[in-house]
Design a protein around this ligand. Structure first.
Ligand code: GNR
Ligand code: NI
Length: 169
């Protein structure tokens, strides 16, 4: 089932999401629905708050191909190591058509649970490292415009306000 993606300034996007404690069929179904919604929206990642669910769940697939091999599910994820720096453009399905360069770690290791509740670790660099950091930020209620300079953030907020006023958001 495709779920609707909520846009800023929906308050769910700025809340700290709750840890997942039940690894049941309902969770597995929700994760499937998250992938379906992400592919439909043509994103490379999606966090549960973006579909209005304040839980620490995110899905990532850099390939767009719906190949089970490329699907990454992170439940209750944490970044355990960060190395280096990168500064590249990001977008967000909850901030349509807004793109800005964001400073991120170049390489990270995440520790997370899978859909069955098993803990695992995974390394990512370049785009995957960006996706890990972007999605985990969503679980902490942080949108990428909070990580750009105050001046750029004000410009983005002004643009969004204008779009909302015009009914184009
Ligand atoms: O589709 C997305 N592209 C993207 C590009 C660079 C860094 C992060 C991302 S994630 C984003 C989808 C999204 O909003 N996930 O929360
Ligand atoms: Ni996003």
């Amino acid at each position: 089932m495709v779920m609707e993606i909520v846009k800023y300034p929906d308050p769910v996007l700025e809340k700290t999401a709750e840890p997942v404690t039940e690894f049941d069929d309902k969770l597995a179904k929700f994760v499937d629905d998250m992938f379906e919604s992400m592919y439909e929206a043509k994103g490379i990642g999606l966090a549960a708050p973006q579909v209005g669910v304040s839980k620490r769940i995110t899905v990532i697939d850099l390939s767009f191909k719906e190949d089970p091999e490329d699907k990454i599910v992170l439940i209750n994820p944490e970044i355990i190591t960060r190395e280096g720096k990168q500064y590249e453009e990001e977008g967000c399905l909850s901030l349509p058509d807004i793109r800005e360069k964001v400073a991120r770690a170049a390489k990270v290791t995440v520790r997370a649970q899978d859909v069955k509740g098993e803990w695992f670790e995974m390394d990512g660099e370049e785009l995957l490292a960006r996706a890990f950091q972007h999605e985990i930020d969503h679980l902490d209620g942080v949108l990428f415009f909070k990580r750009v300079s105050g001046l750029k953030r004000d410009l983005i907020l002004r643009r969004i306000r204008k779009l909302i006023k015009a009914g184009d958001w």
